[in-house]
Ligand binder design. Structure first.
Ligand code: ADP
Ligand code: MG
Length: 692
């Protein structure tokens, strides 16, 4: 395989654009892509024709506007290129069809932001993310908006937030005499996932309907030996990964790293970072391709945050940074950060933003699936805090205390093997427990769930940092001595927001009470985390930065709660079905057989011991009875919930439904442990985790 040659072969990328477009058109298009210049619509016809010719030459017959509605997934509707001419057809894509598409919006969530009778929605081309061909169809990335211009997707607010950040970051740079065409945020999302055997998966209704196991006793061998992490890849997994890379590369996804993760059957893939907008699109594509390629290998790719209890769940680390079009990274501390006022100002802005808006940042990663991770002992806690590492941590401490900073240690490290070269040491060590960690020249936001659409947290990060930049720029512009004025701002803001910095173990038991003492939020589940989005301060920041209107901000929070409520409802109904239709009958059959065995033994001689059977009969019969009581209880609770009343319904799911589901699970898991495997109606954790 010639990787450089096949990389991006299915993408209408810069090279293809250069080759297929007239020079003037190419230049106009690049100006939009690279410096955010408004698209000159007069070039659309030419671009569309070139795109179509290129797509058809590669075997495509259809095109689709590809968008990201508020379901969090992607959506597509395929149109063929054909256009009748007499009794023949020609292949055609007009400028208009490239630029806008009409799509019925009524079946997508809108959170009440759009009257249902106004069902018209429009998709509009996003030229900053390249079109690509997949399975005979040309995919055109688009935004999705309503007839009245309200955003109905995840991409348009993301682009708006990137613009807001671009605008305010340029003002900060200008204070220090730097100019550039465009400031972009970059993201590298590390994607975790599980691979399990398709055959086992098909037998688990819960996995098929909800993406996770709703019960299952732990296996005797979980992840305690820590031998899976970075372990040798099994041949079938290695083949899957090779196939995955090949396909991702063809779509121009710079898949870079792959390895086994901590839990059995868990793996990770990380791409090289890119502009946030394309990183999001590529991550959506990556998740889809993972699922598809897995199927080809008789595997199922599970992207749920917590498919199995008792072993690690899956997340997605969002590595985030800000840089100019000429490659200057605003988060690069350089060799002596203490003297780098621009860097310190940017750092102070991020710290301020994260502290001021910890609530919406936390809410941006809240989902039914992710609730199982955050706060459990594997992912960061549900409390937002910032980790700076030893060096920056010490620097910030000094600024806050008004002391002079003496750099701690040298920035060169050695691994203590004389033959091995000295290597540059990261300015931070690898604290893995912090939700928002500075890692060298970027922040790593680690709270995202594995199936998240990466737009959500990035919309928030970009918006709140833009807002902090704006406040700083407003204050500093026109000041004569920028250095000292900026240092005063840095000192003041770091003092004000020092509470959000936590450089120690985020899993430790001391952190929760300490965070409480500091007044930090600790919203443990989606139902409790999302309502902060309705607070005035949290809406205003979006409105001010031009990212959401008030109505859009409210609609999105409603959709998030609605979505959560629906997911828990589906999980509860699935658990009820499985318990009633399969578990109770299976246990009952086993009990009946045990009873028959006891009777048979007694018939031979009533002195033959039957204690084992009797004990099992008793415990399993009690278990089934307990389960029946809980079933009724859960059905009653579900019956009392009015799904349309979003806030009370989500509260009931979190605080009433989930606890009963937990109780049911514990009864079921106890019964699984003592029921003959011949009778147990579902594959066990052993079957699921060790069959590949
Ligand atoms: P790890 O988190 O496992 O230590 P790395 O730090 O090497 O791994 O990188 C993780 C991810 O961060 C990769 O996707 C990488 O491309 C991305 N990354 C590196 N630099 C930046 C940056 N400036 N902006 C955004 N992402 C970045
Ligand atoms: Mg990482």
């Amino acid at each position: 395989m010639n990787v450089p040659q096949m990389f991006g072969e299915n993408v209408f990328n810069d090279a293809v654009q250069k080759e297929t477009l007239p020079k003037e058109v190419y230049k106009a298009l690049r100006a939009t892509i690279e410096s955010g210049k408004q698209l000159d619509v007069s070039i659309a016809g030419t671009v569309a024709a070139a795109m179509k010719d290129w797509a058809v030459s590669k075997g495509a017959t259809h095109y689709t506007h590809w968008f990201q509605p508020l379901t969090g997934l992607t959506a597509e509707k395929h149109d063929s290129f054909i256009e009748p001419e007499g009794d023949r057809v020609i292949m055609r894509l007009t400028g208009k069809s490239l630029i806008v598409g009409e799509s019925d919006a009524s079946s997508f969530p809108s959170g009440g932001s759009r009257a249902t009778f106004m069902a018209r929605g429009y998709t509009a081309w996003d030229p900053t993310s390249p079109a690509f061909i997949k399975e005979g169809t040309l995919y055109i990335p688009t935004v999705f908006v309503s007839y009245t211009g309200e955003t109905l997707d995840k991409k348009s607010p993301l682009l708006r937030s990137m613009n807001a950040l671009d605008k305010q970051a340029k003002r900060i740079l200008a204070l220090f005499g730097r100019t550039c065409k465009k400031v972009s945020t970059t993201v590298g999302p590390e994607q975790e996932y599980f691979l399990i055997s398709e055959e086992m998966y098909q037998k688990r209704k819960d996995l098929r309907l909800t993406g996770r196991t709703l019960f299952g006793a732990p296996v005797s061998r979980g992840q305690e030996l820590e031998d899976h992490y970075y372990g040798v890849l099994k041949p079938r997994i290695a083949e899957f990964m090779a196939d995955l890379d090949r396909e991702l590369w063809s779509y121009g996804v710079p898949s870079k790293t792959k390895h086994n993760e901590v839990a059995p059957a868990q793996h990770e893939m990380a791409p090289v970072f890119s502009s946030t907008n394309t990183a999001v699109d590529m991550n959506m594509l990556t998740m889809e391709v993972m699922r598809k390629v897995a199927k080809k290998h008789g595997l199922i790719c599970l992207l749920h945050e917590k498919p199995f209890r008792g072993i690690n769940g899956s997340g997605k680390h969002n590595n985030w940074s800000v840089s100019t079009d000429d490659g200057f990274n605003l988060l690069d501390p350089g060799p002596s950060p203490e003297k780098n006022t621009l860097f310190k100002l940017v750092l102070a802005a991020v710290i301020k933003a994260v502290d001021d808006y910890q609530g919406i940042l936390r809410a941006s990663v809240a989902s039914a699936g992710n609730d199982h991770r955050l706060g459990a002992n594997e992912a960061p806690p549900a409390i937002i805090s910032v980790y700076l590492g030893d060096h920056l941590g010490a620097l910030v401490d000094c600024i806050v205390k008004g002391e002079d900073y003496v750099p701690v240690g040298s920035l060169e490290g050695s691994i203590g093997v004389p033959e091995s070269p000295i290597f540059p040491k990261d300015a931070t060590d690898r604290n893995r427990t912090s939700p928002f960690a500075f890692t060298g020249n970027k922040f790593e936001f680690r709270m995202l769930g594995s199936q998240a659409n990466v737009s959500d947290p990035n919309i928030v990060i970009n918006t709140i940092v833009a807002d902090a930049f704006e406040q700083f720029a407003d204050e500093l512009e026109g000041k004569e001595d920028i250095e000292s004025a900026a240092n005063a701002v840095i000192e003041r803001e770091l003092k004000a927001h020092h509470r959000i910095i936590f450089n120690l173990d985020g899993y430790g038991p001391e952190w929760e009470p300490e965070a409480l003492r500091r007044g930090l939020l600790n919203n443990k589940n989606t139902a409790d985390a999302v309502p902060v989005c309705f607070e005035d301060k949290n809406i205003r920041v979006f409105v001010k930065q031009g990212v959401y209107t008030r109505a859009e901000a409210i609609a999105r929070a409603n959709i998030q709660l609605e979505n959560y409520t629906k997911i828990i409802n589906i999980e509860a109904l699935t658990l009820l079905e499985m318990a009633k239709q399969d578990i109770i009958p299976a246990v009952s059959d086993y009990v009946a057989d045990l009873c028959a065995n006891v009777a048979a033994k007694q018939a031979v001689n009533d002195s033959i011991p039957c204690n084992t059977e009797r004990d099992l009969i008793m415990r399993l019969s009690e278990g089934n009875d307990k389960l029946s009581v809980l079933i009724t209880k859960l059905e009653d609770i579900l019956g009392s919930i009015v799904m349309e009343e979003v806030i009370p319904a989500s509260q009931a799911m979190a605080h009433k439904v989930i606890p009963v589901m937990e109780e049911m699970r514990s009864v079921i898991d106890d019964m699984e442990r003592i029921t003959s495997s011949e009778y147990w109606p579902y594959p066990t954790y052993f079957d699921l985790l060790y069959s590949v």
